[in-house]
Design a protein around this ligand. Structure first.
Ligand SMILES: Nc1ncnc2c1ncn2[C@@H]1O[C@H](COP(=O)(O)OP(=O)(O)OP(=O)(O)O)[C@@H](O)[C@H]1O
Ligand SMILES: [Mg+2]
Length: 634
C-alpha cells in the first residue's frame, strides 16, 4: 500500500514540481520586464534634447518640474539627476537634498562610464533617507517570528531592495552631461508578485485559499509577497525556511522542492536575486499549495484502496466457489475412497455439476460399481466352489461308508457261511428225524404237539441257514436282456395279493422309454419284492406306495424308486440297515437278512441301493442299475 501511495504521490508531486519550475521562469520574465521598463524610462528620458538644454543652462526648477512629472507618470519611486561627476543636481522625490556624491554607487558608476544599466540593488537606510524619508519607512521591517527559519542576530531590516536603472546623459558632441537614475523600491510593493500570481495561477483557489503564490525576498526576509498569514494578511516580515536559506542564500543554488512557507507546505521553486557584483541579495520564489495535490493523492489512494479491497473480495468469492465446486467434491471423493478401502463398495459420490469434477465423480462411481460387481462375482464363485467341495466331500463320505459296509458284509458273510455250512447238515438230520417221529406219533399223544413245534422251529432254522448261505455265497447272476418295468410289475404281482396290501394304494409311474438291460431277472425280482414287502410292513398295511422307474439324464443308468408313507427309519438304524440280521421286527417275524441279500445282489449287478427317510413321514429306496447291452454270460 505504501509503495502504491508513494508511487502516486511521487508522480503527481513531481508533475506539480515541474510546473512550478516552469512558473518560476515566468516570474523571472515579469521581474525582468519591470527592470527593463525602468531602464527604458530612464534611458529615454536621458536622451531627451530638452533635458540636455535644461542641464546646460542649469535651470534646476525646470529640471525638477520635468523630471518630477516623468517620475509620477511612470510611477517610479525615485528619479535623480547627477552632473558629469556624479554629484546630485536634482532629486525629484526629495528636492531639498542635493549636491551629494553618488559616483560611488555601483550603478551610477557604470553610467558615468557612458553606459546604461538596470539591476536589483540593496539601498541602505542612509541612501533611502536621502532619496526620501518615506521610502525608509516603507522599507523598514521588523522580523516576525517564523517557524523553521534560520536564526539571525538582527531583528529588523532597515535597508531596501530596489530595481534601479541608470543612464549616462550625453550631448550631440558626445560630451557627458550627467547621469539619470531611477528605481522602484520592492519592499511592500506587490505589483510584481501579484502580476506573477495573476498570469500564472489566475487566482485559482483551493478551499478558500490561493493555490499559487509568489514572493520577493530581501536576503531571507519576505518584503513583497502574496503568501498569507493566519490572519489573511500578506506575510511580509516573515523569513525563509532554514533549508532554503542554506541552499539559495549560502550556496547560491536554486531550490526546487517542497518547502515550509510561513505556515504550510508548498511545492516551490526559489532562485537567487543577484546584484551587479554577482552576490546574492535576495530570492525570487513561486510556489503552489501542496494540499490539493496531497488530497488528490489521498483520493487516488482511497480509490486505489477501495479497488484493491474489491479485488480481494472478488478473489475471496472466487476462492469460495472454487472451494465448494472443486475442493469439496474432491474431499467427498477422498472420503469415498477411504470407505471403499474399508470395503464399503455401495458408497456413492454425490456430485451434480456437469464439469470435469462431475465427470470425474461419475467415472469414480462407475469404477466403484464395477468393483462391486466384480467383488460380488468373486463371492458367488466362492460360494459355488464351497458347494462343489461340499458335494464332493459328501460323495466321498458316502463312498467311504459304502466301502466300509461292503467290507463288513464280506467278513460277516464268510463267518455266516462257515456256520451255516456246519449247521446245515445236522439241521437236515434233525428235521428228517423229527418228521419221521411226528409221522409215527398218534395225534392224541401228548408228544404230538411238541414234535410239531420241533419240526416247525427246525424248518425255520433251515430257512435262516438257507438265507445265510444265499447271502454268503450268492449265486452268480443268470443274466438275460430284460425289461425293468416288467420285473417291477411281476414282483408287485407276486406280493400284492396278500392281505397286507388290501388297504395300500399303489401308484405306478413307469418310464416308457427305458432301454432293456442285462440282468438276472429272478434276483432282481427277489430284491424288489423284499423292498415292497418292507414298505408295506412299515406302513402297517395302510398308505401309499409309489413305484417310479426312470432313465438318468446321461442315459447310462436306470433308477427304480420305491416310496412309502410308513413310519420311516431312525437315523441310528439307517447305518445298520444293510447289515445281516438287523431287524426291528419282533423275534421270529423277520430275519433281518432281506436287505443284506438285496445289497449283495445289486452289488453283483454293479448297481447301488440308497435310502432316504424321514421318521413318521416315510422312506424311499432307490435302486440304480447300469444299462448293460451286451450279455456277459450265457
Ligand atoms: N420301507 C421301510 N420302512 C421302514 N423301515 C424299513 C423299511 N425297510 C426296511 N426297514 C427296516 O429294516 C429292517 C431290515 O429289513 P430287512 O428286510 O433286512 O429285514 P426284515 O424285513 O426285518 O426281515 P426279513 O426281511 O428277513 O423278513 C427292518 O426290520 C426295518 O426295521
Ligand atoms: Mg424284509
Amino acid at each position: 500500500m505504501s509503495f502504491g501511495s508513494r508511487l502516486v504521490k511521487n508522480t503527481l508531486i513531481s508533475q506539480a514540481q515541474a510546473k512550478v519550475k516552469h512558473d518560476l521562469a515566468a516570474a523571472w520574465m515579469v521581474f525582468h520586464e519591470k527592470l527593463h521598463d525602468i531602464k527604458e524610462i530612464v534611458s529615454l528620458t536621458a536622451a531627451r534634447e530638452s533635458l540636455h538644454d535644461a542641464i546646460r543652462i542649469k535651470k534646476k526648477d525646470i529640471l525638477l518640474k520635468y523630471l518630477g512629472r516623468v517620475r509620477e507618470e511612470y510611477e517610479l519611486d525615485i528619479l535623480t539627476l547627477t552632473d558629469h561627476k556624479g554629484r546630485v543636481i536634482v532629486r525629484t522625490r526629495n528636492p531639498s537634498v542635493v549636491g551629494d556624491d553618488m559616483s560611488q554607487d555601483e550603478i551610477v558608476k557604470w553610467a558615468l562610464n557612458r553606459g546604461i544599466l538596470a539591476h536589483p540593488q540593496i539601498i541602505t537606510r542612509k541612501e533611502l533617507l536621502k532619496e526620501g524619508e518615506d521610502l525608509s519607512y516603507k522599507a523598514y521591517m521588523e522580523f516576525i517570528e517564523t517557524p523553521k527559519a534560520a536564526p539571525r542576530p538582527e531583528n529588523k531590516e532597515t535597508s531596501g531592495l530596489m530595481l534601479k536603472a541608470a543612464s549616462s546623459i550625453v550631448d550631440e558632441n558626445n560630451r557627458l552631461l550627467g547621469v539619470l537614475y531611477g528605481g522602484i523600491l520592492l519592499n511592500r510593493n506587490y505589483e510584481i508578485v501579484d502580476r506573477v500570481k495573476e498570469i500564472i495561477y489566475k487566482g485559482e483557489k483551493y478551499k478558500g485559499r490561493e493555490i499559487g503564490t509568489a514572493t520577493i525576498f530581501q536576503h531571507d526576509l519576505r518584503i513583497s509577497t502574496n503568501v498569507k498569514n493566519e490572519r489573511g494578511e500578506r506575510a511580509i516580515g516573515t523569513r525563509v525556511s532554514k533549508e532554503v536559506n542554506n541552499a539559495v542564500l549560502v550556496e547560491g543554488k536554486p531550490w526546487i522542492d517542497r518547502a515550509f512557507v510561513v505556515n504550510d507546505w508548498y511545492i516551490t521553486a526559489y532562485e537567487p536575486i543577484k546584484n551587479i557584483a554577482g552576490n546574492t541579495i535576495g530570492i525570487l520564489y513561486v510556489g503552489m499549495l501542496e494540499k490539493p495535490y496531497i488530497d488528490t493523492t489521498n483520493r487516488v489512494m482511497f480509490t486505489f484502496t477501495v479497488l484493491a479491497l474489491l479485488c480481494v473480495i472478488l478473489l475471496l468469492v472466487i476462492l469460495y466457489f472454487s472451494t465448494t465446486r472443486i475442493i469439496n467434491p474432491l474431499q467427498r471423493m477422498v472420503v469415498a475412497t477411504q470407505k471403499i478401502a474399508k470395503g464399503d463398495l455401495s458408497h456413492k459420490v454425490e456430485v451434480k455439476s456437469s464439469d470435469e469434477i462431475g465427470y470425474l465423480a461419475n467415472s469414480f462411481n462407475q469404477m466403484t460399481a464395477d468393483l462391486k460387481a466384480a467383488n460380488e462375482k468373486l463371492i458367488e464363485w466362492g460360494k459355488t466352489l464351497e458347494k462343489k467341495v461340499e458335494e464332493r466331500t459328501k460323495e466321498l463320505t458316502e463312498m467311504q461308508a459304502h466301502l466300509a459296509q461292503s467290507e463288513k458284509l464280506a467278513s460277516l458273510g464268510k463267518l455266516a457261511a462257515g456256520i451255516a455250512h456246519e449247521i446245515n447238515n445236522p439241521l437236515g438230520g434233525v428235521l428228517i428225524y423229527s418228521h419221521l417221529l411226528l409221522e409215527d406219533t398218534d395225534k392224541n399223544s401228548p408228544h404230538y404237539e411238541n414234535l410239531k413245534k420241533i419240526v416247525k422251529e427246525t424248518s425255520r432254522c433251515k430257512d435262516i441257514v438257507k438265507g445265510l448261505l444265499e447271502f454268503a455265497r450268492p449265486k452268480e447272476p443268470e443274466t438275460s436282456l430284460i425289461d425293468i418295468n416288467e420285473i417291477v410289475e411281476s414282483s408287485l404281482a407276486i406280493v400284492e395279493r396278500q392281505a397286507l396290501f388290501q388297504n395300500i394304494t399303489i401308484k405306478k409311474m413307469y418310464s416308457s422309454n427305458l432301454p432293456r438291460t442285462v440282468a438276472d431277472s429272478a434276483q432282481l425280482q427277489q430284491v424288489f419284492m423284499n423292498i415292497i414287502l418292507n414298505a408295506a410292513e412299515a406302513m402297517d398295511g395302510n398308505g401309499i406306495l409309489t413305484l417310479i422307474t426312470s432313465l438318468t439324464d446321461d442315459g447310462t443308468h436306470i433308477e427304480v424308486k420305491f416310496s412309502d408313507t410308513g413310519h420311516g427309519i431312525r437315523k441310528e438304524d439307517k447305518e445298520r440297515l444293510f447289515e445281516p440280521f438287523f431287524t426291528t421286527k419282533e423275534v421270529g417275524k423277520g430275519t433281518g437278512l432281506g436287505l443284506a441279500i438285496s445289497y449283495s445282489i445289486i452289488q453283483k449287478h454293479q448297481g447301488t441301493i440308497k435310502v432316504q427317510s424321514q421318521v413318521d413321514k416315510g422312506s424311499t429306496f432307490t435302486v440304480k442299475l447300469p444299462v448293460l447291452r451286451e450279455l456277459e454270460h450265457d
